[in-house]
Design a protein around this ligand. Structure first.
Ligand code: BJW
Ligand code: ZN
Length: 276
């Protein structure tokens, strides 16, 4: 029965399907970072239980109150900078290094998947080759990155401390500005009602349509178009494997659905599932 809690043997069966699959897409959401201390959005203690997304995560909110939006994002930046990848991130990073036919599609904006590659490098330098940084093109960030800023006018992006709050008594003066054109910078994330980057989205759907397995972890599967990525795998005849402590709208379509934290289940599922 699709979507049921699986017996231990089912984990081995799902691992075998991943091992044998040609093409694997991993889709992650905020739950994968929960065990690192990053709050999710829609859980009981999630961000949207405490903050109104319409007031903070829409282009209209930024036009209305850029100072207020920046204050919230600065706090979130500081919180994320103190967080470290958990065993779920590390399992995914290891898997991507081993499986050249796998790609990670993430809704997360915290950069912890990328950091997992660096952490891997410092923990386990392989004997004959250095661990590369997050391989180019292997992590598709659908909703941008919280640690990057983008000019609201000219689109120039900035990765560095230039987007930290500017000193100054006046609230308006504290909003960071573009080094090229002087306009307001904004967090380089995708807000409600905004289009996702077309090339990134196309690539995610193309890879999902070709993949024999889509492993979906830590997402409520409520926000589109990201939540439709596994549907492309299903339409192509592939299998969806879900990891989440709770059911989601995707659960009925999942061939395997494992209930539990991704920091425990992803290492179990991906350990050894490396040879296509
Ligand atoms: C664990 C765990 C553990 C806990 N281990 N798991 C009606 C129908 C369909 C679509 C729409 C609609 N009305 C409007 C729309 C469009 C809208 C949308 O989808 N809205 C829905 C909410 C209804 N989408 C958009 O607007 C998108 N753009 C778009 O569609 O453009 C075209 C368009 C233009 C104009 C008009 C209409 C359409 C853009 C979406 C942007 C989302 N942005 C955010 C904020 C990013 C920046 C920031 O961080 O501030 O992205 S919102 C937030 O949700 C964030 C996330 O990436 C995203 C998804 O959330 P996620 O990751 O799934 O987290 P949660 O909290 O929802 O779930 C956590 C899960 O983890 C839970 O299931 C837990 O059980 C689990 N969990 N602990 C494993 N230890
Ligand atoms: Zn600019």
């Amino acid at each position: 029965m699709a979507g049921a809690i699986r017996a231990p043997g089912e984990l081995a069966a799902a691992r075998r399907r991943i091992t044998e699959a040609r093409g694997v897409v991993i889709l992650t959401g905020a739950g994968v970072s929960a065990e690192s201390g990053v709050p999710t959005f829609r859980d009981r203690t999630g961000l949207w239980a405490r903050f109104d997304p319409q007031e903070l995560a829409t282009p209209e909110a930024f036009r209305r109150d850029p100072e207020g939006v920046w204050e919230w994002y600065h706090l979130r930046r500081q919180a994320v900078l103190a967080c470290r990848p958990n065993p779920g991130h590390l399992a995914i990073a290891r898997f991507l290094l081993e499986r050249r036919d796998a790609v990670l599609v993430t809704q997360n904006v915290d950069g912890l998947h990328q950091l997992a590659f660096e952490t891997l490098g410092s923990l386990e330098p392989p004997p004959d080759r250095p661990v590369p940084p997050a391989p180019a093109g292997r992590i598709l960030e659908l909703h941008g990155n919280l640690l990057r800023s983008r000019c609201a006018e000219c689109g120039r992006t900035e990765d560095d401390a230039s987007s930290e709050p500017r000193p100054g008594g006046d609230r308006r003066e504290r909003v960071p500005r573009c080094g090229r054109c002087g306009s307001l910078l904004r967090p380089d994330v995708v807000w409600f009602g905004e289009m996702l980057d077309a090339a990134t989205l196309d690539e995610a759907f193309r890879r999902a349509a070709e993949a024999e397995v889509c492993l979906v972890a830590g997402t409520s599967a409520l926000v589109h178009p990201a939540a439709s990525v596994p549907l492309a795998t299903l339409r192509g005849g592939g299998l969806v494997i879900e990891v989440n402590p709770r059911e989601t709208p995707l659960t009925p379509s999942a061939g395997f659905s494992f209930r539990g934290p991704s920091g425990r289940l992803l290492p179990e599922l991906l350990r050894g599932a490396t040879a296509p």
